[in-house]
Design a protein around this ligand. Sequence first.
Ligand code: KIV
Ligand code: ZN
Length: 547
Amino acid sequence: MPNQPPHPNYVRIFDTTLRDGEQSPGATMTSAEKLQIARALARMGVDVIEAGFPAASPDDLEAVRRIAIEVGNPDPRHNGHRVPIITGLARAVKSDIDAAWEAVRHAARPRIHTFLATSPIHMQYKLRMTPREVVQRVREMVAYARSLTDDVEFSPEDAGRSDPEFLYEVLAAAIEAGATTLNIPDTVGYTTPEEFYRLIKGIMEHTPGIEQVIVSVHCHNDLGLATANTLAGLMAGARQAEVTINGIGERAGNTALEEVVMALRVRHDVYGLETGIDTTQIVRVSQMVSRITGMAVQPNKAIVGANAFAHEAGIHQDGMLKHQQTYEIMRPEMVGWPKSRLVLGKHSGRHALRVRLEELGYRLRPEELDEIFREFKRLADRKKTITDADLMALVSEERGLAPEEEVFHLEAAQVVAGTGMPSATVRLRGPDGQVHIATAVGTGPVDAAYKAIEQVVGVQPVLLEYVVNAVTEGIDAVGEVTVRIQPAEAEARPSPQGTARPRTFGGYAADTDVILASAKAYLIAINKMLAARQSDPADTAPASAAA
Ligand code: KIV
Ligand code: ZN
């Protein structure tokens, strides 16, 4: 079997943030953003990165190809760093498999992941294929994929609602045809942990040849059971878990990487299983994904939510002061939450900043450090003490947009708030280098600032989501703003499952002034929309114009 795991209790972490995660409504990412996330996943120790669905569009293929080349090969600067397997998803048709192979073949460890539905409802209504035809197609397409590479994963889509006997037959055909990983998806998040355990156990016991392959699980969260089902599958013998950062994905999402990895670590006594994840990088990657997708993490989200380690009730605080384990089952530092709260101040130098950022896991290029240092000094003028959380917000903010994606730059914003007529004036530098100034009145200062930006840029996107969070405590806290927008009458792009996904764009910014952060976040999202329009005019143009 290719790419043998190091030992029988090793669970491969297969991250599909860039494929299933990107299918979340609103989580579309640019190619540069996908590359940034893929790098972070590799650094964190993810075993397999599903980088996309190459057959969806030439852009998607190119994004996967870039990741295969740049993340899927040994990097001399990171000696000893394990190189992840890079995979791309393909329906069980030749053209999809060819596209996936074209994209991943540049990686040192390429994998093709192909799938075909096996539940009665999918076979009858979606595929219009008989069970015999399904078995035959699986045989042919897995064999075809295997003729291209020796690492092939097959998924019987909607396995959770498939007849187990039929599954054993389909999976045996896939093994005979050369599949090396068999992934069992609960595509619609329907099964319960007990059922899923029995399903995987049954597959382990009744599928001829199963000992030659790795069994994987892929659970959706429609009933909030994704993590429980994944763990049940691992207990039954699966040794690969398919997950996404922050649990993003189709509908209610996928199993969250951070939850499975930390459950295996904290409850090693129960599971006896290990992963290769450096858990101290979890929070940083979670925040990166949230910023890039514009999908805020709910404060009470396990492991990565802002309140996951906050103790509010007096009785809890009292207990914590007496012994940390009274109310904490893991230390926040284990997952990368900052250990110390007060770190730097106005008099801290560039060196201290660099050292602290490195401790937090950020390795910046000298020019990036210069930029962050300038921003740090500006912040220190307004805020007495700069916490780790402030620093993390600052770095996320500065890395918000690759320079080539910045079409309009916000130079200044001024608002008048209060009852009466809230208004805003913005000064933007446009792609022509010209300065544009506009003033608008709105229902509040943020609305006014957004209207003024729209006047300059000449677009009026639909604002789908606007979320403000305070990163730190106190009146001088840094506020972070995440927005998601959609072009008016946006075109939809197909997902692997054939569902339409309207293209939306996210923006993230942080500042002690939340109005400024709001304006910056909005402009970042608009810039992404404009950049996408330039690279693929049909993608974001109003439906009438595209027709
Ligand atoms: O949920 C699902 O069934 C999938 C497969 C394509 C693996 O995402
Ligand atoms: Zn899925």
